[in-house]
Design a protein around this ligand. Structure first.
Ligand code: URA
Length: 282
């Protein structure tokens, strides 16, 4: 696929407004050709932590939450019993253990093509998603689509998008630990059934709940972590949430950096840009 146009669009979104040379220069790796006037910034520290495997991290996170045991147990049982994505969606629709369901208009399950094996996980539906029943359809969603297009991904072909929380929190507040704990068994099963080869986490809330790390997203982003599915360790890239990027457009270059790492990983893993014969999760 020729992805020059989407890449250009993304660069313009990221604030590039001028071409200064015929050939691109990777300034992240290029050596300075002149003596710098000031000391170069110290290199980015290597990851301090070992890769994170989800179940243990979640168990630690769960231990700190005053959870309704029934809701969690019911969520776990319902999620485990689902053996396909449609079954999981039906199980979530029937689930009454998350209070957010009572104030939401629609449940938001997923959108995209799970067979593309690239799974993105956001935080929770907002107003537009609550109305439409699909994740990331508002302003942040449009930016996300541009970000995906810049690395030859899109939800009609090869990207699969869901959220930690399946119902909109009123006024877009952060989900409470209890709400997240009730939804997490479904998300874990969702990941198992979707069998992603790469997971992209969007924002701090998704990172906190999925990998159980509360470090700021600025610290976490851009480094590969691992998420355990059975015996398989799935590479996981935390990056900045598109809603944050709408507020802080100068940070789009950081997200661009993270997406380049995803594109490189897709090549290494031999993931095709197009996936034939697939439907849309809706
Ligand atoms: N923000 C999210 O995290 N998810 C959505 O679906 C929409 C906005």
């Amino acid at each position: 696929m020729n992805d020059t146009l989407p890449t250009l669009n993304w660069l313009i979104e990221a604030g590039a407004d001028e071409a200064i040379a015929e050939q691109p220069v990777n300034r992240l790796t290029a050596k300075a050709s002149v003596t710098p006037l000031q000391a170069p910034a110290p290199p980015r520290p290597a990851p301090a932590r070992a890769p994170v495997a989800l179940p243990a991290a979640l168990a630690r996170a769960g231990a700190a939450i005053d959870m309704d045991g029934d809701a969690i147990g019911n969520a776990q049982a319902a999620a485990t019993a689902a053996n396909s994505l449609p079954e999981l969606k039906a199980a979530l629709e029937a689930f009454e253990g998350c209070a957010l369901k009572r104030t939401a208009t629609n449940m938001v399950f997923a959108d995209g093509v799970a067979e593309g094996r690239i799974m993105l996980i956001g935080e929770a539906p907002g107003r537009d998603e609550d109305r439409s029943g699909k994740p990331f359809v508002g302003r942040a969603g449009h930016l996300l689509d541009k970000m995906l297009a810049s690395i030859a991904l899109d939800r009609k072909t090869n990207a699969y998008i869901t959220n930690v929380i399946s119902w909109r929190p009123p006024d877009n507040r952060d989900p409470t630990p209890e709400e997240a704990a009730a939804c997490l068994p479904f998300l874990r099963r969702h990941i198992e059934l979707a069998q992603p080869k790469i997971i992209i986490l969007l924002g701090a809330v998704a990172a906190r709940h999925v990998v159980g790390i509360s470090d700021g997203i600025m610290k976490l982003r851009g480094r590969w972590l691992e998420y355990r599915v059975g015996d398989v360790m799935v590479p996981l890239m935390p990056t900045l949430h598109p809603a944050y990027l709408l507020r802080q457009p100068t940070h789009k270059k950081l997200a661009w950096h993270d997406l380049q790492a995803v594109r490189d990983k897709m090549k290494i893993l031999g993931l095709p840009e197009q996936v034939a014969g697939t439907g849309n999760a809706g």
